[in-house]
Design a protein around this ligand. Structure first.
Ligand code: TEU
Ligand code: CA
Length: 558
């Protein structure tokens, strides 16, 4: 493979807690992953991104790390991990680990020291400030509700936590802290990993002085993103990290970057910039959020979604590199969010996969997406586990919102939609565990599961397999440019890609009604073939077409 192998790769994300439990304690684990590597090889993915498996008190399911060089007991041992890496490499699958260094756990030895006294050598590993007029140092809101500051009696100061109170932010202004992080990264590269996915890595440089954020709605705390997203020293830090670590290894890096723009993304990923290989951006995930943020649910607007994705396709072409995804462990399931997860589950899942996988960028498949897993509706808040969801529920209840209204937003947006256990077969608990699962399995496991997908040649699984194969066969998918067609159509998602005299036309119907689509005269369909379609009967290459509900077709001309 070429030096830029990550441009031709398809990544599969494993959320280990929910993937496969090998010992019946109800928690997915590393031996459980090893059991399923043949399955991943069959799917055809090139890379696994493994969500955190490090030692953690699990306040945020491993995104709060208490030892960056140890494996969480519940997941197995370092020996299990080494075995997993070897088994992946044997099958031609690369491993990308999660790097969570915007914050650590408050149980990390650095923080335990840091909070002891103002002159502790580790004090400056974190962000400590005095209170202002008996209150928090500023008005920033935590991503998980409430203030982003927590008061610590021991030294009468506050520490910053952009996420939970058990996730204190690390102080990247401190060169010793940066060296510690680079050293830890080299430790994993020396063990043979193939890259890192970097958790909220564009949050690590905060605006000096940590000023208050504007608060036009007069709420208690305000989103402070402008003061920590893409901050003043971010490019310096990432370039330094690259020189100190990545430059020495053949690896892939992806920066998870909420709030990044295409212009910024070019600075992060442009050739010769030597920062990260690609960004993982969120703009297209915010289309169904109103001005009040994530929990202010508004209807999905397809025209706006297309506008955003087009801006990224066109903006980065030849200048930077993007990830392509509909799902991860923080997002609701796409077939429920944008497709039709009842009458047209299989067809709409394939349609959504088509529009994503025919674009430019590195596609990510989140566990279960390849069999069309759906959102879940548990009856009671007691059945939910995610800290973001639980904190939000508590806060909204205090504000007087009804339980029913809050539950509705959780059904649409809650992160546990993505975290219900992987559905392997139709036996109890979907074959995920022989014990009691840490989070309930989606009751639809008896019909939606891996075994039945593998038995059915028309399943979502085999469609993904084909999409992955096509990316290897056709350079145009990796390299081609992008032009949107029918940008203002409320239900059609249609575009054309061109490369070296070749053309791909992608036509998809994102609705429950049939829709007409006419390929513009300027695009020649001569010698065209139907590369892909999601209907029982193959369509022919035609200029005027009637697309059935949720139909998708791809024409290929050369
Ligand atoms: O997520 C960062 C992030 O900004 C969001 O995706 C956020 O968690 C979510 O939108 C809240 O609605 C990363 C991880 O992917 C997430 O699981 C962690 O909780 C978070 O960082 C803190 O480490
Ligand atoms: Ca287990």
């Amino acid at each position: 493979m070429s030096k830029q192998w990550w441009k031709q790769s398809v990544v599969y994300q494993i959320y280990p807690r929910s993937f496969n439990d090998s010992n019946g304690d109800g928690i997915g684990d590393i031996p459980g992953i090893i059991e399923k590597l043949d399955y991943l090889q069959k799917l055809g993915v090139d890379v696994v991104w493994l969500s955190p498996v490090y030692e953690s008190p699990n306040d945020d399911n491993g995104y709060d790390i208490s030892d960056y060089r140890k494996i969480m007991d519940e997941f197995g041992t370092m020996e299990d991990w080494e075995n997993m890496l070897a088994e992946m490499h044997k099958r031609g699958i690369k491993l990308v680990m999660d790097l969570v260094v915007n914050h650590s756990s408050d149980e990390h030895a650095w923080f335990v020291e840091s909070r002891k006294s103002k002159d502790n050598p580790y004090r400056d590993y974190y962000i400590w400030r005095e209170g202002k007029d008996g209150k928090e140092p500023n008005n920033w809101e935590s991503a998980f509700s409430g203030s982003a500051w927590k008061y610590d009696e021991q030294t009468d100061e506050y520490f910053l936590h952009l996420f939970s109170q058990k996730q204190p932010d690390l102080n990247w202004e401190n060169p010793t802290l940066r060296e510690e992080v680079y050293d830890m990264m080299r430790f994993w590269f020396e063990k043979g990993i193939d890259g890192f996915r970097m958790d909220v890595v564009n949050f690590i440089s905060k605006v000096p002085g940590l000023p208050d954020a504007p608060n036009p709605n007069g709420r208690k705390y305000a989103p402070g993103g402008d003061y920590y997203m893409n901050g003043p020293r971010i490019h310096e830090f990432l370039h330094e990290m690259h020189q100190e670590v990545m430059a020495k290894y053949d690896c892939m890096t992806v920066g998870e970057m909420p709030g990044v723009t295409p212009e910024e993304a070019i600075l992060y990923t442009g050739e010769g910039r030597d920062e990260v290989n690609m960004v993982f951006q969120f703009e297209h995930m915010d289309v169904d959020s109103g001005p009040g943020g994530k929990w202010d649910v508004i209807p999905m607007d397809l025209v706006k979604l297309k506008e955003i994705l087009t801006k990224w396709q066109v903006g980065l072409h030849g200048k930077g590199w993007n990830s392509l995804y509909w799902n991860n462990h923080d997002q609701p399931r796409i077939v429920s969010r944008l497709g039709n997860d009842s009458e047209y589950r299989v067809r709409s899942a394939k349609m959504l996969a088509t529009i994503l996988h025919m674009m430019q960028g590195t596609p990510y498949i989140y566990q279960g997406e390849e069999i069309g897993m759906t959102n879940v509706r548990f009856d009671s808040i007691e059945e939910y586990e995610d800290i973001e969801t639980l904190n939000m529920f508590k806060e909204k209840r205090e504000e007087g919102k009804s339980v029913e209204a809050i539950m509705e937003t959780i059904y649409v947006k809650g992160r546990d939609n993505a975290r219900t256990p992987m559905q392997w077969d139709a036996t109890e608990n979907g074959g995920f565990t022989s014990g009691k699962p840490w989070l309930k399995v989606n009751p639809n496991f008896s019909s939606i599961n891996v075994v039945s997908a593998l038995e059915d040649p028309n399943s979502v699984f085999y469609y993904y397999q084909t999409l992955i194969k096509l990316r290897k066969e056709l350079e145009i998918i990796v390299e081609g440019d992008f032009e949107i067609l029918e940008a203002d159509h409320p239900s059609l998602y249609t575009y054309v890609r061109r490369f070296n005299g070749e053309t791909l036309v992608v036509a998809a119907n994102v609705s429950n009604e049939a829709n007409e689509f006419v390929v513009p005269e300027a695009i020649s369909l001569e010698n065209g073939e139907v590369l892909l379609h999601n209907m029982e009967d193959a369509p022919s290459v035609e200029r005027n077409m009637t697309l059935a509900p949720w139909e998708a077709r791809v024409y290929y001309m050369k």
